[in-house]
Unconditional design. Structure first.
Length: 361
C-alpha cells in the first residue's frame, strides 16, 4: 500500500511538472501558409499565441535600431553601425534592400540613426542621434526638413561622461508635429525631456523631469519610446521607478496636461510589470498599447487605461527567443515588427488576440 501511495504521489507531481512546463515552453509558430486564428486562449502564465511571419537578418544589417512601416506596406529599418536606412519596397523582405543615406553630417546622411517613423504621406522621420537632429525624408530618401540642432540639446549632454547623444525617442502626429525624447547621461541626477516641434521646425513646448530635482509636469526618466494616438495623447515608455514604466500624457489645445494623465506597468517580472527601461512602444489599430519589455525578453499588450490584455514571448527553440526586443512598429493590418536587438534581426509577427473567454480579453 505504501508503494502505491508513493507511485500515486509521483504521478501527480509528474503531471504538475508537465503542466507547468507547458506554460513556459509553448513554441512560437512559423506561418507556413496556415490560417491565422482570430483568437486563442492565453496559457496559464498569461502568454498568448504568436506566429513568426518573416525574419529579416544578414550581414547587410549588423545593428538594426529602428523600424517603421508605411501606409503602403514599405518597410524601413535604420542600422546604427552602417549609418543608413534600409528600405524594402512593398514589404518584400526577400529582396535586396535599398540603401538610403550613409555616414556623415550632410543632409540625408546620418551618425548613429535610431528611431524611424513614417507619416501618412509616406515621408520618413529619422532620429539622427549623432548629429543631434531629426531628419525628414521623402519616401525615396530625398531630404525635406530637419528638426533641432546640436545647441538645442546641449543641456542634456554630459561631456565629463563623454555623453553627447541624448536623443532617444521619436514620434510624429497626424498634423506633422514631431516629438523627441531626450535621455540624460545619469538616471537620477540628469534632466530628461520630451520636446514638441511644429511641422516647420519651431519648438512648441518642452517638459523636463529630473528625478532628484525639478519635475515640470510628471516624473519620467530615459524616455526610450513614444507613440501618439489619434487624439494626440502621448504614450511614453521610460525608466523611472515607482510610478510605472508607461506614461500616458494627454494634450489639450496642443499642450501637455496632467488632466487624465496616468502611469502604469510598475517595475518587475510579473504580469503587467516591466523591467528597467522598455525599449519600444506602439499603438495597435484597435488602440491598444504594445510595449517591448526589453529586459524581460517579451512583449506586453495593454489597453489604453493600463489594463493588461496579454503577454507574448518566443519560447521552445534556442534560435527563436527574444534577446532584448526594442523598437516596435505596427502595420495597418495589425502585424507587428520588432527589433530583436540581441539577435541582430527584425521579426514580423502576428500576435493572436486573447480569446473572449480570457479575463484579460
Amino acid at each position: 500500500m505504501r508503494n502505491k501511495k508513493i507511485i500515486s504521489v509521483f504521478s501527480v507531481c509528474l503531471v504538475v511538472m508537465v503542466a507547468l512546463a507547458g506554460c513556459s515552453l509553448l513554441p512560437a509558430k512559423k506561418n507556413n501558409e496556415v490560417n491565422l486564428p482570430p483568437t486563442a486562449p492565453l496559457d496559464c502564465d498569461g502568454y498568448g499565441e504568436l506566429f513568426i511571419l518573416a525574419t529579416i537578418t544578414g550581414d547587410f544589417m549588423p545593428a538594426p535600431s529602428g523600424v517603421a512601416v508605411s501606409p503602403k506596406g514599405d518597410i524601413y529599418i535604420t542600422d546604427a553601425a552602417r549609418q543608413l536606412v534600409l528600405a524594402f519596397p512593398h514589404g518584400d523582405v526577400s529582396a535586396t534592400p535599398q540603401e538610403i543615406g550613409g555616414e556623415g553630417s550632410g543632409l540625408g546622411q546620418f551618425v548613429h540613426p535610431r528611431e524611424i517613423v513614417v507619416d501618412k504621406e509616406g515621408n520618413l522621420y529619422v532620429l539622427d542621434d549623432g548629429n543631434s537632429r531629426v531628419q525628414k525624408l521623402s519616401p525615396d530618401g530625398k531630404p525635406l526638413a530637419t528638426f533641432g540642432q546640436r545647441q538645442d540639446f546641449s543641456a542634456y549632454f554630459s561631456l565629463q561622461d563623454g555623453y553627447d547623444e541624448p536623443l532617444s525617442a521619436l514620434a510624429v502626429d497626424k498634423s506633422g508635429n514631431v516629438y523627441v525624447g531626450l535621455s540624460g547621461a545619469n538616471y537620477d541626477i540628469s534632466p530628461h525631456a520630451i520636446v514638441k516641434f511644429s511641422p516647420t521646425g519651431d519648438k512648441l513646448w518642452e517638459i523636463q523631469s529630473t528625478l532628484e530635482g525639478d519635475i515640470d509636469l510628471l516624473p519620467f526618466a530615459w524616455p526610450d519610446g513614444i507613440a501618439v494616438g489619434s487624439d494626440d495623447t502621448l504614450y511614453v515608455a521610460h525608466g523611472a521607478n515607482g510610478v510605472g514604466k508607461v506614461l500616458v500624457l494627454p494634450q489639450r489645445d496642443g499642450q501637455p496636461t496632467k488632466d487624465g494623465a496616468l502611469h502604469f506597468a510598475p517595475i518587475g517580472k510579473g504580469q503587467g510589470e516591466l523591467m528597467h527601461t522598455p525599449g519600444g512602444i506602439a499603438l495597435t489599430p484597435d488602440g491598444d498599447v504594445l510595449v517591448a519589455d526589453t529586459y524581460n525578453n517579451r512583449l506586453q499588450l495593454f489597453r489604453s487605461d493600463g489594463t493588461l490584455k496579454a503577454m507574448y514571448r518566443l519560447k521552445g527553440l534556442s534560435t527563436s527567443e527574444f534577446d532584448k526586443p526594442t523598437a516596435l512598429a505596427v502595420a495597418a493590418d495589425g502585424s507587428v515588427f520588432v527589433i530583436d536587438s540581441g539577435n541582430k534581426r527584425v521579426l514580423k509577427l502576428h500576435l493572436v488576440p486573447p480569446a473572449a473567454s480570457d479575463p484579460a480579453a
